[in-house]
Design a protein around this ligand. Sequence first.
Ligand code: NI
Length: 188
Amino acid sequence: MILPVYLYGHPVLKAVAKDVTPDYPDLDQLIENMKETMYDSEGIGIAAPQVGVSLRLVYIDVDVLGDDMPELKGIKFVLINPEITILDGEEISREEGCLSVPGIHEKVRRIEKINLKWLDENWQQHEQLIEGYLARVVQHECDHLNGKVFVDHISPIRKQLVKARLNDISKGNVKCGYRTRCARPTRK
Ligand code: NI
């Protein structure tokens, strides 16, 4: 089932999400719904808070970027309770966007070398060094679990420049091709 995507400004996107526990009801269904919602909105990653569920759960599928970045071909995975350790390295500035912040793309500086620990959908533990663009996507998604969105990382000047548009998004005054839910709907 395709779920509405919660937009910038909604409290669920500002909350620190809770760990997923094995007794969480219908986890498989939630994961399935997140996948459907992400593909419908043509995203490459989605975090549970973006569908209004404050849980530490992420789905990533970066295969579509494989033409430009061959290392991303075929990469898709579910992250349950992911833990990131940022490793040393150079901060790289690249443009990001977000399903919850439609129409805004801004450069974000991040270190693209991380150690990631996570559980998959079968509750198997994994740990892997992740580099490059995928490390950026993982950090972006995991930020959502800590109540952050990518525009929280941009400079105060850039933030000022997009402030009016962010305000519009929080009121649902934004055109996008998928169903959304906002914090402060404007009555029409
Ligand atoms: Ni996002």
